[in-house]
Design a protein around this ligand. Sequence first.
Ligand SMILES: C[S@@+](CC[C@H](N)C(=O)[O-])C[C@H]1O[C@@H](n2cnc3c(N)ncnc32)[C@H](O)[C@@H]1O
Ligand code: SF4
Length: 303
Amino acid sequence: MALRPTLGQMWNVGKYSWRYFTDTFSERVSHTPLSVGFVITYKCNRSCEGCYIKSIVKDDPELLKLDMDVDRFVEMLNHKSIKNCFRVPLIGGEPLLHKNFFDFVEIASRHKKLVYTFTNGLLIERHKEQLAKAQLDTLRVSLYDDVLEEQKRNVKKLLSAKPDYNVYLSTWATPNKMKEVERAVETALELGVSGLNIQNYMPHSGGKDLNELNLLIWEDDAKTLDRLQALKKEVAGRLSLTLPVPIPRKGHPAQCICLSTMLYVDKRGLIVPCPGIWPPKKEYGNLLGEEGWNSTFMMEFST
Ligand SMILES: C[S@@+](CC[C@H](N)C(=O)[O-])C[C@H]1O[C@@H](n2cnc3c(N)ncnc32)[C@H](O)[C@@H]1O
Ligand code: SF4
């Protein structure tokens, strides 16, 4: 999908780029986010071990009542704090479970946004025709070994309905899951998708489960990082492979730009700047409130 940016979007990205290249981000961010992810549902048709959404829903089942509605979606898209964003990820839970999923895609693309979504791909078959027609910039299918064959069948059907579909695959890696990562690479090559994204594990126990630390790929884990680099070399020219950002023992990952570019918002208008500290909370700010994304938390967090 070609994006024809509005003047407001171009002006906003100009402000961001100026701050970035002159390294002059101030406490109060003058540009607005470039990407705004809408949590359209917390519901899911799976229960993957290790999923951070499953874990927060277990702690707060009330989240399951927060399906986005169309009026609220439009209200937020037009809000001064985010109307100039470029990209609108529709996230969940399982986004394809939402009855208005295709309305959200249509509305966001009418608002000149690049729309993408993460899905487990199990409902592709049911929505194949609509998916083929929708103005989705990218469909990301996260692979899960126990349903891999079904996922492959579904992606094949979608690609045969629309061969130039921008489908990416996704998986999260841990140091002891390299076999699964290799299988994901084979799957991506077999399906001929646009690329494969390998993410680092996202801890979500708030420090209660120290075993989570062993699931992360750390900056000094030479064995895992070498294996990943070797894989990337092996498939160079055949597959666009994005590797996980390794975690430094101290401070933020060097490539982390979440705080100055991204925002996630749910039906309540509550925000979170970074997927590492889910879910959106009152303490982080309310998009629909006076402060927009310059909440006290955001300003303290980004300085
Ligand atoms: C929460 S899911 C929601 C979308 C959809 N249900 C899916 O599975 O793609 C979004 C992405 O987060 C990934 N994910 C879930 N829990 C994770 C974790 N603890 N660490 C890293 N990635 C995780 C999923 O594999 C998926 O790619
Ligand atoms: S399909 Fe996605 S949201 Fe559902 S449990 Fe698995 S990772 Fe979590």
